[in-house]
Structure formats: structure tokens, C-alpha cells
Design a protein around this ligand. Sequence first.
Ligand code: ASP
Length: 441
Amino acid sequence: MKKLALHWKIIIGMVLGIIFGFIMNSINGGKGFVTDWIAPFGTIFINLLKLIAVPLILASLIKGISDLKDISKIKSMGLRTIGIYIGTTLVAIVIGLSIVNFIKPGEGMPQDTIEKIKEKYENDAGVTDKLTKAAAQKDAGPLQALVDIFPSNIFKAFAEASMLQVIFFALFVGICLLLIGEKSAEPLVKFFDSLNEVVMKMVDLIMLFAPYAVFALLANVIIAFDDTEILIKLLFYAFCVVGGLMLMIGFYLSLVWFYTKKSPLWFLKEISPAQLLAFSTSSSAATLPVTMERVEEHLGVDKEVSGFVLPVGATVNMDGTSLYQGIAAVFIMQVIWPEGLTFTNQLVIVATALLASIGSAAVPSAGMVMLVIVLESIGFPAELLPIGLALIFAVDRPLDMCRTVVNVTGDATVSMLVAKSLDKLHDPKPKEWDDNYDAVK
Ligand code: ASP
């Protein structure tokens, strides 16, 4: 019998998780059961993915750089990657702003709905937490983000999984391996090559657990929804974000089609397990190992490219997040600060949403923290900030899930484009977890 494809297994797990979540939501004690007995399996899965992220970045980037054999190629790959990342993010913000200005989801929201939302969420721990985190970000100096790329202790960087610091270290090691010559570099290159294979195999094994883990993750998301009435009131706004995100996916597919001449449907099918995990975990960082495995083994991007483009992308390229920030900022203004809706302010939003998406951590809800900074940059009244966040808080989790899918798809697309431009896109050679099992069982 033909084996069911991984993405179908994950989709079945997700659907069952959603149904189970709704059932548990309506049963007495059901929420507690999910929290105590189901959710931990989702956490275990995310922990396993995070566990392998640092060794994976390290091994694939060091191996990749040493395979490039040419420092000028690293420079051109770096410049292309950053250039395309900025380009796609600008497209995302412009799409977001166009939709929200055209549809105007915030206009005419009834005052009693605003009051109700305000009452329910203005002092919610989730909202105050975002404001506190945003204040901490803002207090840092202008060059702090740059300083943060350079670790003073690499073990601390590993322990904290500081992605950019790990990337910097791996690049540094990779370049020095090139500089010491092939013969001296050989033992270390072989070591990282083998480590890379081991970690990729770990991804295959962890993915066997994915259909069950997404069940747990989604059941846990569903039990958190308690006020469907408010959710329905925000549907219009949510549709704008989801519509914009879908346009973005269409944009990526056309880029893949035009530039690499690969079928968009094939691209979607091969990358879908990573997209489904991005949706279930709301974290591009947690999804990174799976994105790397799909892009390398199933899309045919060489390690030299994916090992650099994807970890950098997971940290700095968040098109879904920037599109969302543009729409959310204007929506909030339409509802509670219409006088701020000037053309200049929208231009400022373009610039700050670009920077904010670069600065957003690749974890759940980070986009909302940086949204505060986007709003502050246009002089949004401080006393209205908690109400502004309260307005969008109820639908933030589902939208976070959707924008994370776009963030991950954007990274995969750019790695295809960069690989094609450097002649590093080849026929994929997918590996299965049990390729070598017979020999060792
Ligand atoms: N959850 C998103 C990510 O990890 C970031 C965000 O938009 O909140 O990619």
C-alpha cells in the first residue's frame, strides 16, 4: 500500500486536534485535561526541534561555507540574500497597507464593541506583557541590534539559541577554514559534515512524531478561545490580514515559477510540512530545522545556500509579520485615532514595519510587541496603546499562526532564488529516516 504523504498525516492530526479542542472546550474539566495531559506532547515536540536548531545551523553553515571554496561567493550570496529579503518585505508592507486602506475594516466599529473589547483585554496580562517587552526593546541604543550579533561567549550564545550570534560564529569558523587551506581544514570539515547528516536524520525522526504533536498543539490553541462573540466582531480585520497573506503566498509562487522555472504546485507540496508546522507552532525559529530539511532535501537547494539563507531569514525576514503590522497599525488608527491616518504616517509605517519585522524574534506573538514600536514611531498617543493592543488581541493567535506560515514560505522562496542565481539549485534527493535501517536493525 502506498504510504500516506507526511503533509496529509500532519493535516489529519491538525483537524483532529481542532475537533478535539472544541469538544474539550464544551466539556466540564475538558480544558484542564488538555492542559495537563495533551499540551505537554506539543511542548516536547517544540523542545526537540529547538534542541537541534543550534547544531544544525552550526554544522550546515560551516560545511556550506567551506564547500563554497571562495570568499567572494560568500559576499555575493550575503548581499543577494539581504537585498531580496528587504525587497519581499517591502512588497508585503505595501500589500498590507493597500488592503487596509481600501477595505477600511476599522471604520464604523460600534462604540459598544470597542468598550467591550477594552473592558475585557485592556488590562489583560497578554497585553501588558507586550507593552513591557516593547518598552525594554525601545530603551536599547540605536546600535544595540548590531552589537548583539557579536557574542562574547559562544556557549552562552548556544545556550540562549541566539540565532544571529550562532550564524556569525559559524561564518567566522567557515571563513577561517577556507583561509587555513584544504589540508589543515579537512578534519574539522569532515566532522561538521557528519554532524550535519546526524542532525538531518534527527529531523526525519522527530517528524515521525509531528502528526501527533500538531494534534496536541492545536487542541491547546482551541481551548484558549473563550469569547467567540468578540472574535466574530474582528472577522473583517482578520480577513484583511489573511487575504494579504494569501496574496503574499501567490507572490512567492510566481517568483519561484518565473525565476527558477519550477512548478509552484510542486514547491507548495514539498514545503508544506514546514508550513503546517509553522502554523501549528507559531514560531519560525522552532520550524527552522524542518524548513532546512525540506529546502535542502526536497527542493534541491545546496547546503551552502540554505545553511546561510534560512537561519538568517528565520531571524530577519518576516514578511507575514510586517504585512500584519501594517494592517494592524492602520486598523487600530481607523478605530481609535483616525486623525493620525495621514500619508506621511503611512510612509513612516513602511519604514518602521520593515525594521520591526527584522527586529521581531521568531517566536509566538513577537510581531505584536514590535507593533507597539511601529505605533509609537508615528506618535500614537501612549494612553491609547493598551486599548489599541486590546482591539486586536483576541484574534492575534490565529493570525500569528497564519503570518508564521508566510514568514517560513518567504525564507524558502528566497533560498530557491538565491540558489538559482548562484547555480546551486539541483534535483532534490530526499532521504528517509530508515534509508540505512536494514543495515543496523
Ligand atoms: N510568530 C512569528 C514567527 O515566529 C513572529 C510574529 O509575527 O509574531 O515567525
